[in-house]
Design a protein around this ligand. Structure first.
Ligand SMILES: C[S@@+](CC[C@H](N)C(=O)[O-])C[C@H]1O[C@@H](n2cnc3c(N)ncnc32)[C@H](O)[C@@H]1O
Length: 287
């Protein structure tokens, strides 16, 4: 066993005090997952709540080569301080470095978009990409990078974040071939015209917005992929299944059944749960 530098910092974590629930704090998640002897040092407090802490190695480690752990569900924005975490030559590392340069994207959104995009592209190639409720539009960018046979992408959101421009600039600087091929439109999903050739995607369109995305895709006859979130149990359609399974699962199962009844072939997958518990990915194409 090699000696590891004492108190080497594995992770510095800022915690959103508003949303912090002790068992979900990234520091505790990291602490539980780490096989090295480690401990948490609380750094700052605000109104008696911890707002940042360090996870540090202490003493000896049975696996000294282990990479520092990374909480992939963190909402902290990626910036150039995290570049060393993505120092490989894979496409993912290169995308992550561009995202770091942009300095505006919560870490979890990088992993959500990547894990969704690569599963979508294993099934669906080509066509115009239409990213509905796109936020920063990273999903559209990654789908274009993974399959150059899609000529263009449209990224739509009611409120496009100002920082979406910084992210687009960073990605287009690394991949100039994307310039002019991804268009942002600020507006309602309801007003977007879709065609059968489109690939409609949506990550974490809240509650009934996911149903709207699916309806729009079905009416147009487009391929579609959604990663739903925030299931509203009071008015969501559970298809009568809530006696057998939890409400959110019943809503997603009913969505899949509806696509199927409309002549769609469906594919059900999940993205890794450590990124988000809202991890059910539903893909569908006209049969
Ligand atoms: C939880 S965010 C998801 C953003 C992004 N897809 C992501 O994964 O980070 C939901 C987004 O839906 C957008 N939105 C809500 N209602 C909408 C509507 N009717 N039309 C278009 N976008 C809408 C919001 O502005 C918000 O950006």
């Amino acid at each position: 066993m090699k000696k590891i530098k004492k108190d080497k910092v594995l992770e510095f974590i800022e915690i959103d005090p508003v949303n912090s629930k002790a068992d979900r704090w990234p520091a505790f998640v990291a602490f539980r997952k780490n096989s090295n002897p480690c401990r948490i040092i609380f750094d700052k407090f605000q109104e008696s709540k911890v707002i940042s802490c360090f996870v540090v190695l202490s003493g000896y480690s049975p696996s000294p080569s282990q990479e520092p752990i990374m909480d992939r569900s963190s909402r902290n924005r990626l910036n150039d301080h995290q570049l060393s975490r993505f120092d490989g030559e894979t496409l993912f590392d290169r995308i992550a470095r561009s995202v770091c340069h942009a300095g505006c994207l919560p870490r979890k959104e990088l992993f959500e978009a990547w894990e969704t995009a690569r599963r979508v592209r294993r099934r669906f190639r080509g066509g115009r990409v239409v990213d509905l409720a796109c936020g920063h539009g990273l999903l559209a960018y990654i789908l274009m990078l993974l399959d150059d046979s899609s000529p263009e992408a449209l990224a739509v959101d009611l409120h496009i974040p100002e920082s979406a421009g910084a992210l687009a600039a960073a990605l287009e600087e690394t991949w100039p071939r994307l310039r002019g091929r991804i268009r942002f439109e600020q507006g309602e999903i309801e007003k977007i015209a879709l065609t059968p050739d489109d690939l409609v995607v949506s990550v974490h369109a809240c509650g009934a917005l996911t149903d709207l995305v699916l309806e729009r895709a079905m009416v147009a006859g487009s391929r579609v992929a959604v990663l739903p979130c925030c299931h509203h149990l009071d008015d969501g359609n559970m298809g009568g299944l809530q006696g057998w399974m939890d409400g959110p699962l019943a809503i997603d199962a009913t969505r899949a059944a509806r696509l199927s009844s409309q002549g769609y072939k469906i594919y059900t997958q999940i993205i890794p749960r450590d990124i988000t518990p809202k991890n059910r990915l539903l893909l569908a194409e006209p049969a």
